[in-house]
Design a protein. Structure first.
Length: 431
């Protein structure tokens, strides 16, 4: 685990290390959270496959009275961004008593003088009510910027701790910034806080915003189900977010229990043929008279030609583009199929995509955001750097940014989540 140096400052948190319940309030360095919780017969735990446990340290690296922190949010919107900003500011100012917190505007562009607006000072009064709103007080953006220029800005702004809130692309940017800081021999902590409604960041069991997205998605699915039930041969089609991973579609399906077909990017499917989706829908309408389909937006990736696929500023495929819109494609294909077959059917299409990410956090996500923010503050003040705050087996952890950038989290078609989906929907393999 990368650190900035020895911790010689007594923490101002004034917690107790009394073992009343067997667990001290301060987390001793070296405390680990095992990667695996199951052991085969005769197998012993492997301490090398573990994460450092997050939490407050009894001694810290930075002298709070002279410490200046910076916060930025990058990538797409996500429920809970304002909750994390607020909790960071309150923890750093009220509990640690640091000198000042600075908010950089519009993601990494806030660290690039060529494209940024001046940073804003974040006081407790400035963030008092922001958790009741969706979006982000600081603004966000996509796109790459020079790590050298960004570190120049951190030095010019006298930043000691930088908190970066974002998804996998944002974590890659944080890793590059941390590497440049290390190359220069600077004492600036870089702490990542993972957000993704897609829940696709590796080495964490959940990202904030995911629970809120599932709640919103279930509302859309329930509406589609009611539409489908209310007419003869009704079909409800719901497209949900999920660029490369179908966790929202899968978990919303499990939450609803009204979905008959769930399609995700990790599991290939065919439209035509005796085992294809269209044949299954025909059979479904004959037997039950209605159907509800949930599809993740990433299922549209195979629709486009590789030479012309449109991308956003971060290089991600623009899945809202007409060429790659799987929802519109399925709507047309299904409607034309039943028209050709001479079967009267009514399809209602619901696309709640941006409703999932632009709303305030639910109660569960609000609590989770607060926990992540507090542990991020603890990590930075203790001189941890180049780490992301994660949660693993319900314990909060320090995950090295270099590790985060090596993998992508996806649904395994052979594991519990997808098995639960197929058992809930009763759908076959569409190949």
């Amino acid at each position: 685990m990368q650190t900035l140096g020895p911790t010689t400052v007594t923490s101002p948190l004034a917690l107790s290390n009394a073992l009343d319940d067997g667990v001290p309030d301060y987390v001793p360095d070296g405390t680990r959270v095992l990667y695996g919780t199951e052991l085969a017969p005769g197998e012993l735990p492997d301490p090398s496959r573990s994460f450092e446990k997050a939490g407050p340290r009894e001694t810290i690296f930075f002298e709070p009275r002279t410490t200046r922190a910076g916060i930025l949010t990058a990538g797409g919107l996500c429920p809970g961004l304002n909750n994390v900003i607020r909790s960071l500011v309150l923890q750093l100012v009220h509990r640690y008593g640091i000198a000042e917190v600075v908010g950089f505007r519009y993601g990494y562009s806030g660290l690039d003088p060529a494209s940024s607006q001046p940073p804003m000072i974040l006081r407790p009064g400035d963030v008092q009510h922001i958790h009741t709103r969706g979006g982000t007080l600081l603004g966000t953006s996509r796109g790459a910027h020079s790590p050298s220029i960004m570190v120049d800005t951190l030095v010019a702004q006298r930043i000691d701790c930088l908190f970066v809130i974002g998804g996998d692309g944002t974590m890659r940017g944080a890793h590059l910034v941390a590497q440049e800081i290390t190359r220069r021999g600077l004492s600036i902590a870089v702490i990542g806080i993972p957000k993704s409604i897609d829940n696709d960041i590796p080495f964490v069991d959940k990202t904030f915003g995911f629970d809120t997205a599932i709640t919103m998605a279930r509302i859309a699915i329930d509406a589609a189900h009611n539409e489908a039930l209310s007419v003869r041969n009704g079909i409800g089609l719901v497209k949900l977010m999920g660029r490369h991973a179908g966790f929202i579609a899968a978990h919303a399906t499990l939450a609803s229990h009204e979905v008959n077909v769930c399609l995700v990017p990790e599991v290939p499917f065919e439209l035509e043929g005796p085992h294809g989706l269209l044949a299954y829908l025909t059979s479904r309408l004959e037997k039950r008279g209605h159907a509800v389909i949930v599809v993740a937006e990433g299922c549209g990736v195979p629709l486009g030609s590789k030479a012309t696929q449109p991308c956003d500023a971060s290089g991600n495929l623009d899945l809202q583009n007409t060429e790659l819109d799987i929802g519109a494609h399925l709507r047309t294909s299904i409607t034309e199929h039943f028209k050709r077959a001479g079967i009267p059917a009514t399809l209602k299409y619901i696309d709640p995509s941006y409703m999932l990410r632009g709303v305030p956090a639910t109660a569960v996500d609000s609590i989770f955001c607060d926990e992540l923010a507090r542990d991020a503050a603890h990590a930075a003040m203790a001189g941890k750097t180049a780490v992301m705050i994660g949660r693993w087996h319900r314990s909060f952890t320090h995950v090295p940014l270099g590790l985060v950038t090596t993998q992508q989290r996806r649904i395994d078609p052979d594991k519990e989540v997808w098995l639960a989906v197929t058992e809930t929907t009763g759908q076959p393999r569409f190949v």
